[in-house]
Write a protein that binds this ligand. Structure first.
Ligand code: FAD
Length: 287
């Protein structure tokens, strides 16, 4: 079923994002993980795609495994940077044959080492190009990524808004946000979106805070800020991982509850393939 329709038909719900495991054993575990989360009647499951299209086969394998077992819709992510039109067309055709109906259309991160500015690398420059291509050749339902604190390469909020609007106008039916830890960024983003007449559902992407070590540097690479208070509270506990996780998850539960209290009825979870963590959050929310 198309996620656009699922989101219209359900006034509330949760969706879960996984990454493709490296091993067959991991694949089996992923299936049982997803089945555990099925108790929450998810709106859909999504599966990330390796940067620069690496490990594409693992994404496909995980998607097909989930499609066979899960009752929820399953959506692969697809990045287009450095990929060719023909490669993307082949993948779209294979996905269609396997019953995939939804795609998360992304540009992907630019390779730090750069890439050959020739040949197939130039077929797609931005996610909007992929959205247009998918729209032209298929009738998949398309999701896109949006950035409450703006994308790291955007030089202003206005620029970020402009390009976000363009990719949505090209045919995206819903969006999922980058993680954020201060809900004001989501509320401000939604206000900007409303002023721009962006009317598609925008699911807040929830990152369960469990471990602060290494997180700070990673967040800087994607322009996501972590409130000082929780950062300090968790850092104090870095020698006690269980206590640190407890403090982090309490923060995430409060974050989700605040969204719910402010009328948000659909949440997207970056699960990191850890259903236990997600259950701890969901079981403590008052809808
Ligand atoms: P775009 O929408 O193309 O935007 C990238 C930058 O280009 C922005 O700064 C934008 O403002 C700018 N821009 C857009 N159009 C133009 C234009 N015409 N002219 C000038 N500038 C322009 N990465 C993966 O590798 N695999 C995944 O599975 C994956 N899943 C993700 C899921 C979510 C929910 C999110 C939020 C991100 C995900 N990413 C994933 C990361 C994503 O690939 C990176 O954030 C990437 O840097 C940008 O992708 P995009 O699709 O948002 O790009």
């Amino acid at each position: 079923m198309k996620i656009g329709d699922i989101l219209k038909q359900n006034s509330r719900g949760v969706s879960f994002e996984f990454f493709p495991p490296k091993t067959d054993k991991g694949m089996d575990k992923l299936i049982s993980t997803s089945l555990m989360l099925q108790d929450y009647s998810p709106l859909y499951f999504s599966m990330t795609y390796g940067a620069l299209g690496k490990n594409q086969d693992r994404t496909k394998k995980a998607v097909y495994g989930l499609l066979d077992k899960a009752t929820a819709a399953v959506m692969p992510h697809l990045t287009c940077i450095a990929s060719s039109r023909s490669k993307v067309a082949d993948l779209l055709s294979e996905y269609k044959d396997r019953g995939v109906e939804n795609l998360m259309a992304l540009r992907g991160d630019l390779p730090a080492e750069g890439f050959e500015p020739a040949g197939e690398c130039e077929d797609f420059k931005y996610a909007v190009d992929l959205v247009k291509f998918i729209k032209k050749h298929t009738n998949f339902c398309i999701g896109v990524a949006v950035y409450p604190e703006t994308h790291i390469e955007s030089s202003s909020v206005e620029e970020d808004c402009e390009y976000t609007k363009r990719k949505i106008d090209a045919g995206a039916e819903f969006a999922v946000t980058q993680m954020f830890f201060d809900n004001k960024y989501y509320y401000e983003f939604m206000n900007r979106a409303s002023r721009q007449k962006i009317n598609i559902p925008v699911l807040p992407g929830i990152f369960p805070l469990t471990d602060i070590r290494k997180l700070d540097n990673f967040l800087k690479t994607c322009r996501v800020s972590l409130p000082r208070r929780i950062k300090e509270d968790m850092e104090k506990l870095s020698e006690h991982p269980q206590d640190m996780e407890k403090a982090g998850l309490e923060f995430t539960i409060k974050q989700c509850q605040d969204l719910i209290n402010n009328g948000v009825r659909k949440l997207h979870f970056f699960t990191f393939n850890r259903p236990d963590t997600i259950k701890k959050i969901l079981d403590n929310l008052n809808w």
